[in-house]
Design a protein around this ligand. Structure first.
Ligand SMILES: CSC[C@H]1O[C@H](OP(=O)(O)O)[C@H](O)[C@@H]1O
Length: 365
């Protein structure tokens, strides 16, 4: 995607290092971090310097390559997969990417693993870009269809950040918006601020502004009101893990949006690549692990002061405990459709198998 005329992917090689955009500094500072070791990759994922299911997976793949430069032995490979897998529990792309890498690398002699790992990680990154661009093409048809029906700009509500910052490029939920906008379809985006870390207000707004897409940042709790007053034509969100039956884990608050959409007859779509489907699970509410993050993410916010300095301040009464589940699960019954790189399907097992027939044979990741 383009920032001030320059073209960035969210992760790239910089000599012997892996360069990433530090998303904890956006939108006020644009800082590139150079990851030079397995442990730096682990820390970048854990502290959300990089975030978003597909980007977490690709960063872990490059983190494995960095690890094998240090220790290409069987034990080194196994330990690197273990520590990278343990960084964040909900996004299945992490396990998916590491399984793909291990499948490629384990059969090789240790001396050949490091070079092969760089190539395999780069291939996963390219695969993600192609998948997300295809999601954009399929999803853009939904937006164009809404415009054809109403003849006015299409109002899309999105939650958290599922844009190019959450992937290697293009994004998932925002990819259809970019593609529709670039094709001349008038679209406006209601951007849920997405407490507590405000990925919507900080990252989706940053992306949409840079791309010139009309958008309005709203409080998370405003979405239902807007839907009640016919100001939302469709909801489009991302996913961190979707079960084989179409249950969707996504940023906390997504489930409440889906309930409001269902109550108001607003189509609720989830955009995801096939790498985000967990084919081993059927009951998302009970089986998908939900990450609990630190209470300080709820009790404090980081922002730009009037003097231009970035600071963190308390917003909760000092001493009050806080809970911070980072994701929730939207049952498939509340999902209108799944927008994938292979097309759009109902949020059902048959719908997903129709797009990914190779899964009927119970194939591995
Ligand atoms: C395209 S995956 C985006 C997905 O990931 C986000 O979570 P986090 O910012 O904690 O990594 C959020 O759930 C987005 O929908």
């Amino acid at each position: 995607m383009r920032i001030e005329g320059r073209h960035y992917r969210t992760i790239w090689l910089d000599g012997e290092a892996v360069a990433v955009i530090d998303q904890t500094r956006l939108p006020f500072r644009f800082v590139v971090r150079r990851l030079t070791s397995r442990d730096e990759a682990v820390e970048a994922i854990r502290t959300m310097v990089v975030r978003g299911a597909p980007l977490i997976g690709v960063t872990a793949a490059y983190g494995l390559a960095l690890a094998l430069r240090e220790d290409p032995s069987d034990a080194g490979l196994a330990e690197a997969v273990r520590v990278l897998n343990a960084t964040r529990p909900t996004a299945v792309n992490l396990a998916w990417a590491l399984a793909r890498m291990r499948e490629t690398l384990a059969p090789l002699p240790p001396a050949a693993r490091h070079r092969a790992a760089w190539q395999a990680a780069a291939a996963l990154a390219d695969e993600d870009v192609a998948a997300c661009e295809a999601i954009g093409e399929h999803g853009a048809a939904l937006i164009a269809g809404a415009h054809a029906r109403t003849g006015r700009p299409v109002n899309v509500l999105t939650h958290c950040n599922a844009g190019w910052l959450a992937t290697v490029d293009w994004g998932t939920a925002l990819a259809p918006i970019y593609k529709a906008h670039d094709a001349g379809v008038p679209v406006h985006v209601w951007v849920d601020e997405t407490r507590p870390r405000c990925q919507g207000a900080a990252l989706s707004a940053f992306e949409l502004h840079a791309h010139g897409v009309p958008h309005t940042v709203i409080a998370d709790n405003a979405g239902g009101h807007l839907m009640q007053h016919d100001r939302v034509d469709l909801c489009l969100v991302g996913s961190d893990r979707t079960t084989a039956t179409g249950d969707v884990a996504n940023k906390i608050g997504t489930y409440l949006k889906a309930l409001a959409a269902h109550d108001n007859g607003v189509p609720f779509y989830v955009a995801l690549p096939g790498s985000t489907v967990d084919w081993s699970l059927a009951d998302g509410v009970r089986e998908i692990p939900i990450e609990e993050r630190s209470a300080t993410e709820v009790t404090h916010v980081t922002g730009l002061g009037d003097d231009g300095t970035v600071r963190t301040v308390a917003v909760a009464s000092p001493g009050s405990p806080a809970a911070n589940p980072a994701f929730d699960v939207t049952p498939a019954r509340l999902v209108t459709g799944l927008v994938t790189e292979r097309g759009i399907a109902p949020a059902t097992r048959e719908g997903l198998l129709g797009l990914f027939p190779e899964r009927r044979l119970g194939s591995a990741a």
